[in-house]
Ligand binder design. Structure first.
Ligand code: FBP
Length: 331
């Protein structure tokens, strides 16, 4: 079953807002363009840095710029998107159709930038909101995260996969390069309640509060009855680590640390879209204290502490995060 056929079914069964299917198909089109470019980047001199920083201070890769330009042009041409918030753009980009268009797109065109030159996993993350017509673009570009009407990601790994939700479950499609089609490969994905993997940059362990150090000690303690020790898996790409948690269970977290006082991940175009996906699949996502979908960004590049994955694993993290338990006993 192709992506377009599936969206047609979803429209007939649940009645999607007008144009939303077109936007999700455009995500598929943008993903094909990016997948092709990522595959041949080393052959066409498109690896390496451009020498600039993005709005949150990360060194911009040539592929970051390529990916941003590609997604902006792919969505602008639909006439459906009034404004675009992107990791690579300082301000909200108003499109030519701001007056008439229906949607706001928040997007991280290339997730896992540190992996571009080492052929590691990469991703694209997107969240779609309704647009309320003329008015202050910036103010409107900051709706509450729970107001997303669709969200998802593309993972560029051994295969290219597109995973989305439009509020009726989470569905995964794999790109058949010969056909040039995304075909349904993972219908109605359910995130296991508990996993046995954790993903975090433990290189920052000594910058974390004692509560989180106790959490790591608890996860790495030996107790077969509670499937411990957990195994560490950290790919350098949030999308790839989240995808594993969605498929096999587990947890990804990026707390505040000395370099990232408010956490590293961006609320509007990284945390919020993935939170909608994981909650639709039965998992959860928070700052360690507050549910991500209950938040309303105060700026388009706002960063927050982030934990996401299997419901029981996120609850365990939150338990330790609240310092409820530094004596290694768990809920
Ligand atoms: P980008 O969107 O710029 O790639 O930033 C996000 C990210 O790369 C995540 O994909 C990844 O999990 C994390 O940052 C890696 O950060 P660090 O190198 O500090 O561990």
């Amino acid at each position: 079953m192709t992506l377009s056929r599936r969206l047609l079914d979803e429209e007939q069964q649940h009645g999607l807002p007008p144009g939303l299917s077109t936007l999700l198909l455009q995500v598929g089109f943008a993903a094909k363009i990016l997948a092709r470019e990522f595959t041949r980047a080393a052959l066409v001199g498109n690896l390496g840095l451009v020498g600039d920083l993005n709005p949150t201070g990360d060194a911009q890769k040539k592929l970051d710029v390529f990916a941003n330009e590609a997604v902006v042009s792919v969505f602008e041409e639909t006439g459906l998107v009034a404004a675009i918030v992107s990791e690579e753009m300082e301000r909200v980009k108003e499109t030519a159709s701001t007056g008439a268009a229906r949607y706001l797109l928040c997007i991280d065109p290339l997730d896992g930038s540190s992996n571009t030159d080492i052929n590691g996993a990469l991703g694209t993350i997107f969240g779609i909101y309704k647009w309320n017509g003329p008015g202050n673009v910036t103010e409107q570009a900051l709706p509450k995260c729970s107001e997303q009407i669709a969200a998802g990601y593309v993972m560029y790994g051994g295969s290219t996969m597109l995973v989305y939700t439009a509020g009726h479950g989470v569905h995964g499609f794999t790109l058949d390069r010969d056909l040039g089609e995304f075909l349904l490969s993972h219908d109605n994905i359910r995130c296991p309640v508990r996993g046995r993997y954790y993903s975090a940059n433990v290189g920052r362990y000594y910058e974390w509060p004692p509560e989180l150090r106790a959490y790591i000690e608890y996860l790495t303690d030996h107790d077969p009855a509670t499937k411990r020790p957990y195994s560490l898996r950290y790919t350098g790409a949030l999308v790839a680590d989240l995808h594993r948690s969605l498929m096999e269970g587990g947890v990804y977290f990026y707390p505040a640390d000395a370099q990232h006082k408010n956490g590293k991940l961006r609320l509007a175009y990284e945390c919020a879209p993935l939170a909608l996906v994981v909650e639709q699949a039965g998992g959860s996502a928070s700052t360690g204290e507050t549910r991500i979908l209950d938040l309303q960004p105060h700026s388009i590049h706002q960063q927050v502490p982030f934990v996401i994955g299997s419901a029981a694993d996120v609850a365990l993290y939150e338990h330790f995060f609240r310092g409820a338990n530094v004596s290694k006993t768990a809920p």
